[in-house]
Design a protein. Structure first.
Length: 560
């Protein structure tokens, strides 16, 4: 789990003891109450379920109680679409904080009433999607940037925190890049309020097992598990029958506790209304199977699930003990679509370097001409030739807006469906972050070192931690490029200590480039350079077996 100083970690403590059960559908439960426009505060707000916590809280309270009455452990706040953007569609954007705080306080009051020492009850602050899709090629759907989205989630989270939520729940997420922005915004809310509670992130997959833009479950895990979340899972979209394969994957591979909160089956269109056909018995049986067969820690119901669905699930679960999770994850990079093991078999992981303005005259020419179609052809050619990742370098003297160029190129690659991870090859931290904020996958930062001390390295490792990126590090310190095997190890030790102990990265987040020197100089100090490179690799891997190494082999013959 995430190492964080929680102000309230009761939810995680309970999760360590038993499988926790969430409530069922808020939306369809409210629909079943047959409320009138007056309950919503007038015709203008009719259908804005979130607003009920202010206009008619009795309805929301009735739904919460209906699920606590059948024994669930957790209820979600009535705030699924309660961010400033979606509330703004009803002219309610200025009520964002008030509404979220009131919703959490209402659920908190009821949860406390039902809590006992034997069964504490919890409030999950529900945070749904904004309706924007930052990974999309559509200018209307992607017109809000990463920082704008993070701000929307920050504001909503503050209200939920101040209202007394026990955890925050990012749910029904269709765009993995929006999930990353939400996590960033929520971390800011934790810092601003001084309140830090667990964070659960749930994506939604279609019947093919992918998110809206093609992200599969392995890529989603690679992208999210290194971010500051405590539980990972899935909800909505389908019933349990279409979740079997991705849930099995998470159950086998995710070190974090896994949640599964499906609909009551795929919806059917009956007289223009969505009807969810899965009855309580088969729903509960599927959930029990996921717990027992796939080690799922959190279960519950989404659209169409009623108190009857949840009562049967609670009865069948009978306080199952919390399952054991895998102790380690598989180190992966990922595009927004699929993941790649960093430890390839057969080795090595290959990084294509033709999208590099420093190394390719053709790419530089196309970049300055803004010939994006030709640039995409270069990228596709490298992928077709077997590249597992693409190195992106856009620094050119003719254009001093490197961050802007990086943002544009990465967006073009992402929206065109280039499905391999990206490596941001730049010395400018601003350009690195620009790339990280538009790349939905798990990327590689190329690179950092200690040539000017640790100040810049601290910035890079901070970015890597914030965005869950791996980092390529060079064995260079204040004395210059390390030439002997012993000096290479000495620099590696300093870098490792800063990255792991000061910034909280994992050993597998580091890729050490121990430097390869040309044999063409004829100078005495380079006669043993090839041997020292090989010995340096051996020493570093012996000292830190969890790290990776990189080698620019072509440097050996430079000048020959």
């Amino acid at each position: 789990m995430t190492v964080r100083n929680y102000t309230n970690r009761a939810y995680l403590d309970a999760l360590e003891k038993k499988v926790l059960v969430y409530d069922g559908a808020m939306g369809t439960s409210i629909q079943n109450l047959n409320l009138t426009a007056e309950h919503f505060g007038g015709e203008k707000y009719n259908g804005c379920n979130d607003y009920l916590v202010l206009t008619y809280p009795e309805a929301v309270e009735k739904v919460h109680r209906s699920f606590f009455d059948v024994g669930v452990d957790v209820v979600e706040t009535d705030t699924f679409r309660a961010n400033r953007l979606t509330l703004g569609e009803y002219g309610l954007g200025d009520k964002t904080h008030e509404l979220n705080k009131a919703a959490a306080a209402l659920a908190r009051k009821i949860a406390d009433e039902y809590s006992t020492p034997e069964q504490p009850r919890f409030v999950a602050g529900s945070i749904g999607p904004t309706g924007k899709l930052p990974s999309a090629d559509d200018p209307d759907l992607s017109d809000l940037g990463y920082d704008d989205l993070a701000e929307l989630f920050r504001e909503q989270a503050i209200g939920l925190l101040e209202g007394g939520a026990d955890l925050l729940l990012i749910e029904t997420s269709q765009d993995i890049l929006e999930v990353k922005a939400a996590i960033t915004g929520i971390q800011t809310a934790f810092e601003e309020t001084g309140i830090s509670i667990p964070l659960q992130a749930q994506i939604t997959l279609d019947t093919t097992g992918r998110m809206l833009f093609g992200t599969d479950i392995a890529a989603a895990l690679a992208i999210l598990e290194g971010l500051p979340i405590d539980v990972i899972g899935m909800n909505c979209s389908t019933g349990p029958e279409h979740m079997r394969e991705p849930i099995a994957f998470l159950g086998e591979n995710a070190p974090l506790p896994v949640s599964c909160i499906p609909n009551a089956g795929l919806p059917l269109n009956v007289d223009g209304e969505a009807v969810y056909p899965l009855e309580p018995e088969p729903f509960a049986n599927a959930m029990i199977e996921f717990v027992e067969k796939n080690n799922i820690s959190v279960v519950g119901g989404c659209c169409g699930t009623t108190p009857e669905h949840l009562k049967l699930l609670v009865d069948k679960l009978n306080d199952n003990k919390s399952p054991t999770r895998p102790s380690h994850s598989t180190p992966r990079l990922a595009s927004g679509i699929r993941s790649f093991n960093m430890r390839q078999e057969p080795a090595p992981l290959l990084i294509g370097e033709r999208c590099n303005a420093q190394g390719s005259r053709k790419f530089k020419r196309l970049l300055l001409a803004e010939d994006w179609d030709a640039i995409l052809e270069i990228a596709r050619g490298q992928v077709d030739s077997g590249a597992h990742a693409l190195d992106i370098s856009v620094a050119v003297t003719e254009n001093d807006n490197e961050a802007g160029l990086m943002r544009t190129v990465v967006r073009k690659l992402v929206t065109a469906g280039i499905d391999v991870p990206l490596a941001f090859d730049t010395t400018d931290p601003e350009a690195m972050e620009a790339g990280l904020k538009v790349a939905p996958g798990r990327s590689l930062i190329n690179s950092t070192h200690l040539e000017s001390g640790r100040e810049k390295a601290d910035k890079i490792f901070g970015l890597a931690k914030k965005h869950n990126a791996a980092v390529l590090v060079l064995t260079i310190d204040e004395e210059g490029m390390a030439k002997t095997a012993e000096h290479k190890l000495e620099v590696a030790k300093r870098i490792y200590d800063i990255a792991i102990n000061d910034h909280g990265l994992q050993p597998s987040d580091l890729v050490f480039d121990v430097l390869t020197f040309t044999l063409a100089t004829g100078e005495a100090e380079y006669i043993d350079s090839a041997k020292d490179t090989i010995e340096g690799i051996k020493l570093i891997k012996a000292e830190y077996p969890g790290v990776f190494t990189s080698l620019g082999v072509s440097n050996v013959s430079f000048g020959l």
